[in-house]
Design a protein around this ligand. Structure first.
Ligand code: PEP
Length: 231
């Protein structure tokens, strides 16, 4: 299984150093990917946990103040990068076109994109969820060569489940995973949205889930260890 940890905009330098030490004590046979804030990437140190980023510039390089390029990430040892997280789509107004450019630059540097897709509550209620995620996938991935497509990790994260404590039921998750896997059978698909050490027992019944993207839980080391033990 792949377990991606999204620290979001949390942990100062000192807090991160303590966190990193504790995270390295977690025992797991699974692939754990830590995506810290940009300011903490250079402080990462681990023999067992992989390094990811939370975002990348849609530009290759140049006069783009505040942006960080795929090439810069690569030189810091980044192997994976989240793209299209709903928080960026909503707050930074990131478009499917931006996301497509980001994926192109990441693949050029051989960094594996973790592409986030997911519907809002309104879209689910109006039975548009499948159309929304297929459109997000199609616009991000349609032009990729097969060998590049195979490097993409997909993260299905219903927007209404992120950080809310609400989670779809297993039938709803299975339905969305089956839609994704019919079109992208060779890509790992993660579930994300309010996953914790309690609901993992129920989620484990879904055999099509290849891993999890964890936000809030990534910051709670003790609960994270319990979660990993239950996988
Ligand atoms: C996320 O932001 O990708 C996420 C899954 O957050 P949380 O686990 O806090 O819902």
């Amino acid at each position: 299984m792949i377990i991606a940890l999204n620290n979001k905009c949390n942990l100062t330098k000192e807090e991160f150093l303590t966190y990193m030490t504790k995270l390295n004590e977690i025992q797991s046979k699974h692939t754990i990917i830590l995506c810290p804030s940009f300011t903490n990437i250079n402080l990462y140190s681990s023999n067992s946990i992989h390094l990811g980023a939370q975002n990348v510039s849609s530009y290759e390089e140049g006069a783009y103040t505040g942006e960080i390029s795929a090439k810069q990430l690569k030189k810091l040892g980044v192997e994976y990068c989240i793209v299209g997280h709903s928080e960026r789509r909503i707050y930074q107004k990131e478009t499917n076109t931006d996301i497509k450019y980001k994926i192109t630059h990441l693949l050029q540097e051989n960094i594996r994109p973790i592409l986030c897709i997911g519907e809002s509550k309104e879209e689910r209620e109006s039975k548009m969820a499948d159309k929304v995620i297929l459109q997000e996938l199609e616009s991000a991935l349609s032009d990729l060569k097969k060998e590049d497509l195979n490097k993409i990790i997909i993260a299905y994260e219903p927007i209404w489940a992120i950080g809310t404590g609400f989670i779809p039921n297993n039938d709803e998750i299975e339905e969305m995973f089956s839609i994704i896997k019919q079109k992208y059978p060779d890509n790992p698909v993660l579930y994300g949205g309010s996953v914790n050490q309690n609901n993992i027992e129920e989620l484990k019944k879904i055999s099509s889930i290849d891993g999890y993207l964890l936000g809030g839980l990534s910051l709670k080391i003790n609960e994270l260890q319990t979660f990993v033990n239950r996988l």
